[in-house]
Structure formats: C-alpha cells, structure tokens
Ligand binder design. Structure first.
Ligand SMILES: *Cc1c(COP(=O)(O)O)cnc(C)c1O
Length: 361
C-alpha cells in the first residue's frame, strides 16, 4: 500500500523518514534485542534516549538553562487544569485570551481550580474567531495570562505576541510547536501535545521557567510540576515509545535545518494554498490575512453538500482527512512540518480541477 497525503489536524502525518527509522529499529533498539517499547525506564538505554531528546529540543528552540523541560502525559487538555493548579497561587487570578475553541477549553478547565478568578482579557468571538486578539485589557495582578499561539480549528496564528506589560505568559503551542520560531524568553511556560506537529499522542511537553516552579504548592505527584521536575519526568513510568518518537522527530527537524528552516518551508506551503484560495471562484478562507495560520487552513465553498463531495473526491485521490472541524464545517488542510510541498501541490491541483467541474462562477 502506498502512503497517502494525510492532511489530518491530529494525530497527524509524521515525516516519512521518521516512520521508516522507527520501523527499522522496531525489533531491536540500539542492538539491545528488544524494542524500545520493552525496555525499562530505569535502564541506561532509556535515560540516554530521553536525555538526547531533551538536548535536541533545547538546541532546536534555544531553550535557556533557567527553563525546565518536562516530558509529561495527559495531553494539552490535562495541562488546561494542572497549569492553573500549579502556577496560580499568588494573585489567585488568571487572564485568558480567547481566540477559539482550544483557548476556550483551556479557560473552562481553569474554572475547576477552586478559589481562582478566571478572567477573559480579550476575545475575538464577535469576529467568529476569524482574527486574533492583539490588544488585551489588563488591570492589576495576574499569576499568568494564557494564550493559544495557533488556533488549530479556526486557522489563525500569532506571529507577534500581544504586549502584556511584563506579566507571565503561558502558551499552548500544540499545533505549531517547532513549526514557527518563538523566543522562549517571551514565555513563562510553553506546552504542547505532540500529536500535531512533533510526534504521537501520549507525549506532552512543558517548558517551564524555573523560578515559577518554586511557588508550586504541595500537590499529588502526578499533577505536580515540581515533583515531576525533581524526578526528571520519570516519577512513574513515562510514555517511552511516545518520547522515542518525539526524539526521532526532533532529530529529523535538526537535519532539515532547524525550526527556522521549518518555518520557511511552512510559509511556502501555506502560500501555495492561500494563493489558490484567494484567486478561486469556488473556495474561500475566512481568516484576516495577517493572522492566517501556516499550519491549519480551513476553507469552504459556501455549500455544505459541495464541501462534502469535495472531501469525498479528494479521498479517492489519496488526499486524506480534509473534512473541516464540525464547529466551522467545510474543509481544513493541516500542513504541519511533516507535510511535503508535493502534498500541497497535489491538493491545489485537485482543488483546481474540482472547481472547474463544479462551477467556479
Ligand atoms: C489538539 C489541541 C489540543 C488538545 O490536545 P490533547 O493533546 O488532545 O489534549 C489543545 N490545544 C490545541 C491548540 C490543540 O490543537
């Protein structure tokens, strides 16, 4: 069976070379005679693998020494709750920038933390999230301000972060982690579920400024960032295979020239599709151009039946998982790091043919 072009938003396509490498090493990891799924997380094999993955990530993002890198579980969704639980114990007040589904989910989960005031400090809900919030309304103390750098469903992405007057920024980078260059120093905490742009589900990364860890209260071990940090993310059995896969992806990105090279390639891929959409008489992307994501590109014909037909026809040609999220409908192409320019060219060609056949007015 040939591999297809997989435009899924997540779990998403992996670099071909990474899948091949995992296949080649599957029966015997580093000549151990065991797969990586079968080795002890207290073995040197594991420790070496995990610390290499951490070092590669540090190199890729130029993570300064005053940041801890944690390899956790539970996905971004668990972080939505554990972050305010751990890091909102001084002002007992946090601000959320609402730019779409995932930032709303983060805010909702924060409300489960008792004694915490959760405030929305900006929202583009009135614009149906077709643009970002660039100006926030702040007054007084907040433990942190939360933001989603790339809105996976709505297709918007921050290039420049909003001004927060020195407040701590906590950011969900799940869907453009390692696909867009950011300066780690601009953040108190960065977190991401890996299955979008940096590996497979089961691995969640958190990059935490060390001084923030000092104020973490005493919490159950699995929910405590400071206890996880003290045990180098191996407080209990870590998701060994998922960490291994992320490690392979990190090495692959290094070979491609790093995050800046990824960003450049992502911009070129996205531009191909946006140029097509903007000149199309059938399809359109609703997002304000300055805020458009390079990672997730939603588009519609304006006719739900035609959208569905388009997804169906695309599938027949090996262009998979183009159905849009149910909240926005239409189609969505996710062009993460691992999506090749060939894949985007094939998509644009197909959409052009579909348009000819189905009434570009
Ligand atoms: C997918 C996604 C999530 C949810 O991730 P899980 O790992 O499934 O919990 C959160 N935030 C963003 C931006 C996402 O794209």
């Amino acid at each position: 069976m040939d591999r297809v072009y997989n435009f899924s938003a997540g779990p998403a396509t992996l670099p071909h070379e990474v899948v091949l490498k995992a296949q080649a090493e599957l029966l015997s990891f580093k000549d151990s005679g065991m797969s990586v799924m079968e080795i002890s997380h207290r073995s040197d094999l594991y420790t070496t693998m995990a610390s290499e993955a951490e070092q590669d990530l540090r190199d890729l993002m130029q993570i300064p020494d005053n940041y801890e890198v944690l390899f956790l579980q539970g996905g971004a969704t668990q972080m939505f709750y554990t972050l305010p639980l751990n890091f909102a114990n001084q002002a007992h007040r946090v601000g959320y920038i609402n730019t779409g589904h995932w930032s709303e989910r983060a805010e909702e989960e924060a409300r489960y933390v008792s004694g915490l005031t959760v405030e929305e400090v900006g929202s583009s809900a009135d614009q149906h999230f077709t643009e970002l919030v660039h100006q926030v309304t702040l007054n007084g103390d907040y433990d942190f301000i939360h933001l989603t750098t790339n809105n996976t469903i709505e297709g918007t992405m921050y290039r420049d972060l909003p001004e927060l007057d020195g407040r701590t920024l906590v950011a969900d980078l799940s869907s453009n982690f390692l696909g867009q260059v950011y300066n780690v120093n601009d953040f108190g905490i960065i977190y991401a579920g890996a299955q979008k742009n940096s590996g497979i589900a089961g691995f969640t990364v958190a990059i935490v400024r060390k001084d923030l860890l000092e104020q973490v209260p005493d919490l159950p071990a699995m929910l405590s960032f400071s206890k996880q940090a003290a045990k180098h993310s191996a407080l209990n059995t870590p998701p060994v295979f998922a960490i291994y896969m992320a490690g392979l992806v990190f090495k692959w990105i290094k070979e491609q020239g790093g995050v800046a090279a990824m960003q450049k390639r992502n911009e070129a891929k996205a531009q191909l599709l946006y140029e097509f959409l903007d000149s199309s008489n059938l399809f359109r992307n609703p997002v304000v151009s300055a805020d458009r994501s390079t990672m997730n590109i939603p588009f519609v014909t304006g006719d739900a039946d035609l959208d569905a037909l388009c997804v169906q026809e695309a599938t027949k040609q090996g262009l998979m998982s183009l159905k849009g999220h149910k909240s926005v409908g239409g189609l969505r192409a996710s062009l993460y790091n691992a999506m090749t320019i060939d894949g985007v060219q094939a998509l644009v060609k197909f959409l052009g043919e579909f348009e000819k056949e189905h009434g570009g007015k």
